[in-house]
Design a protein around this ligand. Sequence first.
Ligand code: BDP
Length: 597
Amino acid sequence: MRTCQMLYPRDTESRRAVSMDGMWKFQLDEKQCGHEEGWKDGLPAPDMIPVPASFQDFYTEKDIREYTGDFWYETDFFVPGEWEGKEVAVRFGCATHRAEVYVNGNRVTVHEGGFLPFSAVVTDIVRYNSYNKVVVLVNNELNVTSIPCGETKVLRNGKKMSKPYFDFYNYAGLQRPVKLIAYPKEHIEDFSVVHAFKGQDAIVQYCVETTGQHKVILDVYDADRQKVASAAGKEGKLLIPRVHKWNVGDGYLYRFVIRIMDGENLIDEYFEPIGIRTVEIKGKDILLNGEKIYLKGFGKHEDSDIVGRGFNIGVMKRDFECMKWINANCFRTSHYPYSEEIYQMADREGILVIDEVAAVGLFKSETNFAEASTGKQTAFFQEATIPRLLENHLQCVEDMICRDKNHACVIAWSLMNEPETTDEAAVPYFRKVFDRAGELDPQKRPRTFAMIMNSQPDTCKCYQFSDFLSFNRYYGWYVMGGYEISDAEEAFHREMDAWEALDLNKPVVFTEYGADTCAAEHKLPSVMWGQEYQIEYLEMCHRVFDSYDFITGELVWNFADFQTTEGIMRMNGNKKGIFTRDRQPKEAAYYLKERWH
Ligand code: BDP
């Protein structure tokens, strides 16, 4: 019954979705006694914190900010009497990284993976027309069998801390909206659409899954609310005459309305705004609606002041305004699937998304960004823990594709970020992940993974799995930075020449390139970390990109400065943003705006 939880909660004639966001009770389980002392029935000494948000940055005590282990949330919610006879669930946008949910003291669900939704069905557990209690045990420990990968270290004073194998702060908690939902027992579980064009018309192949046998009907309305197509049956084809195609900067959405009918009576209704477009790879090109596109934009993070990785509707709006201002047309959801609301916005704005699963840190190193160019090998895929990791990874791929498959904005799946690819042991792992993604996506979008610097033409054993290659490259930053930049440019060319010589006949997208830049530093002539150097660095990369016809995209690392673990390589976070963490432009933003015009 997993699929139903993936449909975004909506109010319709037959469904209700009530926000549970607000101040929740919150308590760290420092002594690991929550289970024993029955916290599932109510927290003994809670603080109050906002949901959705990461818990870390509210607090002034370092022991709380760095807290690693179990922590608990609690709130009360009212279930209307009219809902009796329906299915009732509490749906979490995410719980990072794993959760156990208790309602009125009963354990109703457990979930692993911190960046995808799940729900706890509570139909037979709640009291109707009265208040009920939900308690959630969340755990933020990193390990090597779940994604993202990392370690949990125990300090000599007994406290635990997170040691990520990735370069972003290990924010955690109930970071996305929580909703109380009610829907009919016989309901729409899932649906999918696949688009094709014939002359000026669109042909949309659809498939609806329901839990019963009653008749399904589907109506499509245009943006002026005129009905433009109808069909009956769980599977079929819709013809949309003179279709308005979804495109970059033109996020035209039709409303698909699905109903289950018992004669004249409505059993269930669900709707979704859907953009109609095609995506395919042809030789060295990525085609949108049959036309070549060049990707311009960023790798991003869900990251902002105070709420951390918490979904923030204001920050989302500002991010899209900045992306439009700078003439970007694409971003990658590095390094995990983002909040559902962000894909809805990308659909409306006509911005392309490379949707990435949280498989980051598949390279045993706390500073892989620094070690990637050293040729270091960690035999990651030879570990005994790999089968368990693969299981979790596949589950997350399944959930991500199930959740996001109908979004027009999603043009590709990124199935890993910077895994270790230099070892034959990686090959069967990759094959399973790529095959599964291919089977699951009804639209058969391109699949890729972001390749670390030491995944070179002569060392990488896995690039053949990608439909287009995605390179993360830091020539001129981690290697040959500053006055050595002319050597960096040559080395960059040498690598690209070697890829060209392989004659893969596939597109290449740069999914990362960037230079740390302090918003307050200026220096003439340029110096690394200064504003001028970021521009020189970008100009050098662009000279390289512009000299190869197989390069079909440039996504700068990063859209904005973001929080990481502290250390000598990071000054209160990663400063490769083109915008600051509060979303103001650095000098390079004006240069990119020109180039991307
Ligand atoms: C790459 C990672 C990314 C880092 C970036 C960097 O994919 O998460 O933040 O480099 O070093 O290794 O800035």
